[in-house]
Design a protein around this ligand. Structure first.
Ligand code: MN
Length: 224
């Protein structure tokens, strides 16, 4: 898929989400990373992402991970995300694509049964072992409907049942320990709040120019 769709959907002047350069080759052979981001957008969902082929293959899972053996949750395939997205937590501004609060809900490594994860992905059947901070165990992703718009998959609990995650832990970031509410209130990764720093750096640049111009008795260039 590549990152063209990811970039097309976002205005990076307005969102602090990573821009994403070229797809990155996998850093460590054998160990691939996964992340799950809890995303309070128009509808609360969990974004399940597997690092594969230099990008994060991504699914939106409204109900999050199933814990009981055989339980299935709908997972809608979405555009590939850049690998850097895997550490993103913060706020996507209102009115921007996916506007809302993002929590880094889980991260870790995963393993796919069978030799070729990409081939399994294309065939629509991934049997996964997740080794995350919250999710540890077997799950499977099975493609149930393919069309040009959106591929629909099921995220299925394979292997043994697990104890469902507690409410408290479900609302706790693995990156910062914060709740969704705390992330929403902090507004630290939002572009709008980042602008303050930019304003002050613009001010200090202008100040320096004024001082330099005074020394040389020249005019100040007021635009940057
Ligand atoms: Mn999302």
């Amino acid at each position: 898929m590549g990152l063209a769709e990811y970039k097309r959907k976002r205005n990076f002047v307005k969102t602090a989400e990573p821009k994403g350069g070229k797809p990155r080759p996998k850093a460590v052979k054998g160990a691939s990373r996964f992340v799950i981001q809890k995303h309070d957008a128009r509808r609360l969902h969990y974004d399940f992402r597997l690092e594969m082929d230099g990008v994060l293959k991504s699914w939106a899972v409204p109900k999050g991970l199933p814990w009981k053996q055989g339980e299935k949750h709908l997972a809608v395939e979405v555009e590939d995300h850049p690998v850097e997205y895997g550490t993103f937590e913060g706020i996507i501004p209102e009115g921007q694509y996916g506007g809302g609060t993002v929590m880094l809900w889980d991260r870790g490594t995963y393993y796919v049964y069978g030799e070729q994860p990409l081939k399994s992905l294309r065939e629509g059947r991934l049997h996964l072992v997740l080794d995350g901070e919250k999710a540890k165990g077997e799950w499977a992703l099975i493609c149930i409907r393919s069309n040009e718009e959106k591929n629909q998959w099921l995220l299925l609990k394979a292997g043994a049942s697990l104890k469902p995650i507690s409410k408290k832990r479900d609302d706790e970031s693995v990156k910062t320990g914060r709740t969704m509410k705390q992330i929403a209130e902090a507004r630290d990764a939002e572009w709008e709040s980042g602008r303050k720093d930019e304003d002050s750096s613009v001010r200090s640049t202008l100040k320096r120019r004024v001082q330099a111009a005074l020394k040389k008795k020249t005019r100040v260039k007021k635009t940057l």
